[in-house]
Design a binder for this molecule. Structure first.
Ligand SMILES: *Cc1c(COP(=O)(O)O)cnc(C)c1O
Length: 455
């Protein structure tokens, strides 16, 4: 690709300006530290949303809790609040230290969004939230509902009939489609999910069984989104959920932070200058990890360090942040194929909204090979009996990289963390997996075993 021009610059100039690109283009694993990271007070000025917006989202979810509890009995225990456990994984910590020959300073904890009720992935935060917000907006506007009502009244023939006159469309690699499809169908909307080629058959089957219209494409995520957007434009009563730009989705994800704060408190885990918090978030288009990181920054400010993890074949957010071109650049521009077993992360072009909002607050972004994801999947299953989908294992790789790479070491020095690091808490955000059918999961596990034997 030597003579090629990419965004007005030839490839030699790109490589000179960003030496790390050489490895990224060769789909090698990298650990990039964000040179633009600044303190919270400065960084937050770049974001158009505020703490008040997150609180508003949180209150909206509280209003819907009686309804959620009624229609999804698996949420009875938490009174209709869709939340996941936070669990220490000391056996996994020991095992990866052995396998990867390094020492992870501090505790390793798993945030099990893989086990969120209703749709078993981080998308049960943003996706469900945006459907509920849209339903509330419509019902309030028609004066069929008031915010002081008990929202369990939404589970009625009358409301379903009302919502059935409206439709929802979304483009997805799978999990967002699951969340939005399941929630929309439950409340009564007509819903169409535009699925990229990466989407797994079982997800399409499951959605169709719930009355969701699934449209399949041979191409990647960006195309599925584009088609969904187009379809929605032709129908005034169709609402398009825009994974690439939606502030509503972003806020739904951000609510996770205040819930996490309570969980840490309940587990007696401090977060302060002497006890830094590291959070590793698998990243696709950026909305999920970005929203969570935003929420965490609002609460823990400079004491939380958020890193994104992406497949070596889909490092879209890394390219966007590093080149500062955000959604103007895609992995294919640099000859990277966007083909990965981590279907939840198979995104070639990042969200411009997320990249621009967080460019001064994200600590870094690293990439992982599919083989490493399978390997970690098997190790986690063996050590903790927790089964995740490949995408979610991108989280575990963060803690390994921080301590195994020179750039990770530089990050600790630069941020004066060399002493406090022994008191650190590392949260691997496990973004999905509990809904994967057993047969598929066995295949994943076997791949992890097979790959280990062949190292
Ligand atoms: C969607 C997804 C992500 C990433 O979320 P984005 O909003 O696309 O960045 C991570 N893990 C899993 C399992 C997902 O489904």
């Amino acid at each position: 690709m030597n003579k090629e021009i990419i965004l007005d610059k030839n490839i030699e100039d790109w490589l000179t300006e960003y030496p790390l690109l050489t490895k990224i283009i060769k789909t090698k694993e990298v650990f990039w530290i964000n040179p633009k990271l600044t303190n919270f007070k400065e960084g937050i000025k770049n974001v158009s949303l505020t703490e008040k917006d997150v609180l508003d989202a949180s209150k909206r979810l509280d209003r819907f809790a009686p309804y959620i509890s009624k229609v999804f009995p698996e949420t009875n225990k938490t009174k209709g609040i869709i939340e996941s456990p936070l669990v220490k994984i000391p056996n996994m910590k020991n095992l990866i230290e052995e396998e990867f020959n390094f020492q992870l300073h501090g505790d390793l904890i798993l945030k099990c969004d893989s086990h969120l009720p209703i749709s078993g992935s981080i998308k049960a935060r943003g996706g469900i939230y945006e459907v509920l917000k849209h339903a509330e907006d419509l019902a309030l506007k028609e004066k069929k509902l008031s915010i002081t009502d008990d929202y369990s009244i939404l589970d009625s023939y009358d409301f379903k009939k009302f919502f059935s006159e409206y439709s929802i469309a979304v483009g997805s690699t799978g999990n967002l489609g699951l969340s939005i499809g399941i929630m929309s169908a439950k409340i009564g909307f007509k819903v169409t999910v535009h699925m990229s080629a990466d989407a797994k058959q079982w997800k399409k089957d499951l959605l169709r069984s719930k009355g969701v219209t699934v449209v399949e494409y041979d191409s990647d995520y960006s195309k599925a989104v584009e088609e969904g957007r187009k379809q929605a434009l032709t129908d005034k009563k169709c609402y398009f959920i825009d994974d690439e730009n939606s502030q509503t989705l972003f806020l739904g994800y951000a609510v996770a932070a205040s819930r996490l704060k309570q969980q840490l408190y309940d587990m007696n885990i401090p977060v302060d200058t002497d006890h830094p918090l590291f959070v590793y978030l698998p990243c696709g288009v950026g909305g999920g990890p970005g929203g969570v990181a935003f929420g965490l920054k609002l609460i823990f400010k400079d004491n939380v360090h958020c890193f994104f993890g992406e497949p070596t074949h889909s490092p879209c957010m890394l390219l966007g942040l590093m080149t500062e071109k955000h959604d103007k650049v895609c992995v294919q521009d640099f000859g990277i194929d966007n083909i990965t077993a981590a279907d939840g992360l198979a995104v070639g072009r990042p969200s411009g909204f997320v990249g621009k909002s967080l460019e001064y607050m994200i600590s870094g972004d690293y990439t992982i090979q599919d083989e490493t994801l399978y390997h970690l999947l098997k190790l986690l299953a063996d050590s903790e009996n927790i089964y995740l989908e490949p995408s979610a294992l991108a989280s575990i790789a963060g803690g390994i990289n921080l301590f195994k790479t020179n750039s990770g070491y530089d990050y600790l020095i630069k941020n004066n963390l060399e002493n406090s690091i022994i008191n650190a808490t590392h949260i691997a955000w496990a973004t999905g997996g509990s809904m994967v059918p057993k047969k598929e999961m066995n295949e994943y596990y076997k791949k992890g075993t097979y790959l280990m034997k062949n190292e």
